[in-house]
Design a protein around this ligand. Structure first.
Ligand SMILES: [Zn+2]
Length: 129
């Protein structure tokens, strides 16, 4: 099993599971967000892929769409003091970010690996202005 034998959605789903997008057998990360250099099972070169700001951007969108409606509904129906909002939502935001960020980074890496992107595509191009 390698990246060429899977679909783009398959590679993205394997990344969501924090597994190698190429084979789905090996853990994608050796630390919290540091991906392995090369998959020992399918030889996918994962270390050269730089997703940069895309995973945090996705994480902000996803967590924002979960938290903001909850905050608005809580304020509308219960109107608790501000300190209740702070002790409720801030830890929940941190926990959701820690859950979603590695998974969404895995999705980005899976998509980039399948599409042959590394994040260095602009290297060698000079700015026009
Ligand atoms: Zn693999």
């Amino acid at each position: 099993m390698s990246i060429s034998s899977t679909t783009t959605m398959g590679a993205i789903f394997r990344g969501w599971r924090k597994r190698c997008p190429g084979c789905g057998e090996v853990p994608l990360y050796r630390k919290f967000l540091k991906q392995i250099e090369t998959c020992p099972n399918c030889s996918s070169e994962l270390g050269r892929i730089r997703a940069d700001d895309f995973p945090p951007y996705l994480t902000i969108i996803v967590v924002g769409h979960i938290i903001v409606p909850l905050i608005v509904m809580t304020e509308k129906y219960y109107a608790p003091p501000t300190w209740v909002h702070m002790v409720t939502w801030l830890p929940m935001i941190v926990v959701l970010m820690l859950i979603f960020l590695p998974r969404l980074k895995g999705c980005a890496i899976g998509m980039m690996l399948k599409l042959g992107l590394t994040g260095d595509e602009r290297q060698g191009f000079e700015e026009d202005d």
